[in-house]
Design a protein around this ligand. Structure first.
Ligand SMILES: Nc1ncnc2c1ncn2[C@@H]1O[C@H](COP(=O)(O)OP(=O)(O)OP(=O)(O)O)[C@@H](O)[C@H]1O
Ligand SMILES: [Mg+2]
Ligand SMILES: [Zn+2]
Length: 293
């Protein structure tokens, strides 16, 4: 499959009257037609800065939704550093392609994953992507993947407000909004505010801000160590007038969970950080449900 040459594969601009209904038109004038995918709610996971925990949040959100019985897809749109397969321990798997339909990798009965990592020859070779190629690939990830009928599609994005975020916001139907992940320090918060404003410019709701890596319990005495400071995410949410979804402390077990390919929330629900992740996910799901009403 030549996904990176797929820009020519984008949906045609003109459709005959019989297929027009299968090709939902995009109400925002001048935008490409929406991709066809059967999904009730698309959730974007975004940040201004890199390395703040988007992929970790994406994995734990998708796992939580699936464990609640929702049919969940997890789409890794980080073309240059796709981490989701590694974080779920499925990096050696490859989606099957049958008659131009891509079968996502099934993690459990109701959690399936597509990542650029599956389609690249190895994880250490960089691939040069131009904007239109990304757009073609993203359309293919929505249209040509056998997702089935999804309740949720969680989209893990690269940091910042680039092509991937813009394209998915334009192509995917039923985008309920974006959750913004930040760490507490000023430089990250500044960029998170920028990301939130970008989402608002796209006329999408900010579902909330998560403050990740917010303090850490000292492994020796248990006292709080405020490595990156605390409270920046909460303040940003207040300043922007968007929901604050809560803080997740640093926990070395979260690094190990990511490296070992086990969703943190499944194993550490009883630790203070595990409880925090659970609470943040509950708040986020409540926001998503409020948006769909
Ligand atoms: N609360 C936390 N405690 C400890 N480690 C964490 C926490 N959150 C994330 N990490 C770890 O920090 C690293 C970066 O997290 P992650 O990959 O989720 O960030 P990201 O925002 O997706 O990064 P990128 O911008 O590169 O896509 C990972 O090794 C992850 O396991
Ligand atoms: Mg990431
Ligand atoms: Zn101590």
């Amino acid at each position: 499959m030549k996904v990176h040459n797929s820009s020519e594969k984008s949906a045609p601009d003109e459709t005959c009257s019989s297929c027009a209904s299968a090709q939902p038109h995009n109400p925002q004038k001048g935008l490409p037609p929406k991709a066809t995918i059967d999904v009730k709610h698309v959730i974007l996971v975004l940040s201004g800065k890199g390395g703040v925990g988007k992929s970790t949040v994406s994995v734990n959100l998708a796992t939580t939704l699936a464990s609640k019985g929702k049919n969940t897809g997890l789409l890794d749109l980080d073309f240059h550093g796709p981490n989701i397969p590694k974080m779920l321990g499925i990096e050696d798997q490859r989606p099957a392609v049958l008659a131009n339909v891509i079968e996502p990798v099934h993690v459990t009965g109701n959690l399936s994953v597509i990542s650029m990592a599956f389609l690249l020859p190895d994880t250490s070779t960089p691939v040069i992507w131009r904007g239109p190629m990304k757009m073609g690939a993203i359309r293919q990830f929505l249209t040509d993947v056998n997702w089935g009928a999804l309740d949720y599609l969680v989209v893990d994005l690269p940091p910042g407000t680039g092509d991937e975020a813009l394209t998915i916001a334009q192509l995917a139907p039923n985008v309920r909004g974006a959750v913004i992940v930040t760490t507490p320090q000023d430089v990250a918060v500044m960029d998170a505010i920028k990301a939130a404003k970008f989402i608002e410019q796209l006329d999408l709701p900010v579902l909330g801000i998560i403050e990740n890596m917010s303090g850490m319990a000292c492994p020796h005495c248990g006292k709080d160590i405020s490595l990156f400071g605390e409270g920046g995410g909460k303040k940003a949410a207040e300043d922007l007038g968007v929901p604050y979804l809560g803080a997740i402390p640093l926990d070395p077990a979260m690094v190990r969970a990511g490296d070992e390919g086990r969703p943190y929330i499944l194993r550490h629900a009883d630790s203070p950080a595990g409880k925090a992740v659970e609470k943040v996910m509950e708040n986020l799901i409540a926001q998503i449900e409020a948006e769909q009403k």
